[in-house]
Design a protein around this ligand. Structure first.
Ligand code: ARG
Length: 601
């Protein structure tokens, strides 16, 4: 069974076809004027225009065909030829019953399930995650959950940054502090100690120090570059250190991601494709894809109309539509971000053979991905239309600039998580919630509220826009927030628990009050929300839906008593059934968003 909107669209399309017109005119959506009807079809105007007919006359022919559908109570023709469709109470009741029992809570399924890799997170070893990393983590994790929910086969890969200059900086920083470590003895080739010589605190202290020093000390920077080159060339002591840095970082990363309930199937990194890089370069050279350019090896990815020589206003030559080449090996003989990403695609094609790879990475890397995708397509690994860069905007402060702490530094994700926890705990106290709950459960509730606040605040924005970081607003129990949604779910749980205690159970659903009708129509919108979210890779559709549903529930709950003494048993059983359907779908939707509601709070 599908959602009512889809059922009605099928009926409308068939009606147009029966009149000798195209099926596409039969698109149906929920009514813009809910006081007039539940659904509407606007196809008559376009279809009539194309066929040279009168739209109202056409609508008058289509209407009875739609009205014949079981679910439909009434079809009115309005204005120039709108079809306003009202569904019957029984159809609504049936739909609610279906949603209550459907494993996907009425969310539907992907019509074309695919094997998808989602590349997200992308933290860099040794660089602590900051507020900007929350976006890739939360959006990527949500897309993984969404696609999986709808039936796609999904592999989430963190793609650690563990191959770049930061590793060289760390190596020399550790060397300067602990020069006697075995890792720096060029005559040694292991075995090396299994305990790491540094802690995460050491790494967090050393990396910014080394990074800053390299900026104004050319000799230091050169040492770091040489160290990376040696590491990449396979110097055993440096490789052993790299592994320690990765292990120490991953342990810390898992804590921060865990707080947000973000998970990865693969913890691979750039360094994992190192063995593939040399043979890949050889093959690309011998196949003629890689060409030499000023001592570097590049892949020419420019297309017609790009890199056109032109003359600027100042009379100087300049390039129109510049598209820099794909840098396979630079003039110093080193490989970098381009090469690791291309080799990673090759690796993924060989090991997972995905239909599609999604990259959830800051919009500012758009050019990089355009280059990588073109190169991968050109050399025949995968066609470009199967590679998607899903960019996102930045997290800003109230000044509209990327968020900074009061001291002007970047806010670490671990500190951000801690702040959210503190704020959430405060809010729970203020709201007078969790009064008689013990300390352990209270702490757990605080975490769930903090997570809901952060995730929902991020996901509710259209992916590509920036948003302003405002913990106070995010953690509020009122408004369009994660905590509000948790509160809604917890309230339904409380109703169902009380009903069970009183020996009252859910029964057959019957739809009577207008708020009940609206509630079922809200439930019916889940499938469309998930479809749009999947098609556009935009989690905010799911956020919109759960929020609408929670509001519809709220209106229903204030208008329709459930457990009061004077409510007839059949009505009560029906309303409890509605509560179950709503809770089931709300938890499914929140689950996709990575938000878990506690049993009580
Ligand atoms: N580590 C990279 C960064 O911090 C992000 C990695 C994104 N994924 C990728 N396949 N390039 O910018």
């Amino acid at each position: 069974m599908t959602d009512l909107a889809t059922q009605l669209a099928a009926a409308c399309s068939a009606a147009f076809v029966a009149e000798g017109l195209e099926a596409r005119w039969g698109a149906v959506k929920q009514s813009d004027r809910p006081e007039l009807a539940d659904f509407q079809c606007n196809g008559c105007m376009g279809a009539a225009k194309q066929a040279g007919m009168n739209p109202r006359e056409l609508a008058a022919k289509i209407a009875p065909r739609i009205a014949a559908h079981d679910a439909v109570d009434r079809v009115d023709v309005a204005g120039p030829g709108f079809l306003n469709i009202t569904v019957g109470a029984e159809a609504l009741a049936k739909q609610a019953g279906f949603i209550a029992n459907d494993p996907r809570a009425g969310g539907g399924a992907a019509p074309d399930p695919e094997n998808v890799i989602v590349d997200f997170g992308g933290p860099n070893v040794a660089k602590p995650m900051h507020v900007g990393h929350i976006r890739s983590a939360v959006i990527g994790d949500t897309l993984v959950r969404l696609l999986r929910f709808l039936g796609d086969k999904v592999t989430g890969d963190v793609h650690l940054g563990d191959w770049g200059l930061q590793m060289g900086l760390l190596i020399i920083a550790v060397m300067d502090e602990q020069p006697d470590l075995i890792y720096f003895d060029a005559g040694q080739s292991g075995p090396y100690p299994s305990d790491p010589p540094v802690t995460m605190d050491d790494l967090s202290r050393l990396y910014p120090m080394a990074s800053a020093r390299s900026k104004d000390n050319a000799a230091y920077a050169k040492r770091a570059q040489d160290a990376v080159a040696e590491m990449q060339a396979g110097r055993p002591g440096y490789r052993a250190l790299l592994q320690h840095f990765i292990d120490v970082s991953v342990t810390a990363l898992k804590v921060d991601y865990g707080f947000l309930d973000v998970a990865f199937d693969l913890w691979k990194g750039e360094s994992d494709v190192d063995p593939l890089i040399a043979p890949m370069i050889e093959a690309l050279k011998s196949d003629g894809y890689a060409t030499e350019d000023d001592g570097a090896w590049i892949i020419d990815i420019a297309r017609d109309g790009e890199n056109v020589e032109a003359v600027g206003k100042d009379g100087q030559p300049r390039l129109k539509n510049p598209m820099p080449p794909f840098m396979l090996v630079n003039s110093r003989g080193a490989t970098g971000y381009h090469a690791t990403d291309l080799a990673t695609i090759k690796d993924r094609m060989e090991t997972i053979d995905p239909d599609r790879i999604l990259y959830v990475v800051d919009q500012r890397q758009a050019l990089h991905f355009e280059q990588v995708f073109r190169a991968a397509d050109k050399v025949g690994y995968i066609s470009q239309d199967r590679l998607e860069h899903l960019g996102f905007g930045t997290v800003n402060g109230t000044d509209g600039k990327p968020f900074k702490t009061r001291e002007g530094g970047t806010l670490r994700l671990s500190d951000l998580n801690a702040m959210a926890l503190e704020e959430a705990t405060k809010r729970i106290g203020e709201a007078g919630l969790s009064g008689d709950i013990d300390a352990v459960e209270k702490a757990r509730i605080g975490e769930l509220v903090a997570r809901a606040a952060l995730r929902f605040a991020d996901l509710q924005n259209q992916r590509t826009t920036n948003y302003v970081f405002d913990l106070e607003r995010f953690t509020s129990f009122e408004g369009k927030t994660g905590p509000y949604l948790l509160y809604a779910a917890v309230r339904i749980k409380a109703i169902l628990r009380r009903a069970a205690e009183e020996g009252k159970s859910a029964g057959e659903i019957a739809i009577d009050a207008p708020e009940e009708r609206k509630l079922v129509l809200a439930l019916d919108g889940f499938a469309l929300a998930l479809r749009l979210a999947r098609e556009k890779r935009m989690p905010h559709y799911v956020c919109e839906h759960v929020y609408t549903l929670a509001q519809a529930f709220s209106a229903f709950y204030s208008a329709c008593p459930i457990l009061k003494e004077d409510v007839p048993a059949a009505t009560r059983a029906s309303r409890l059934g509605l509560c179950q359907a709503v809770l089931h779908q709300l938890e499914a939707g929140l689950g996709i968003l990575g938000i878990t509601a506690p049993e009580r709070m």
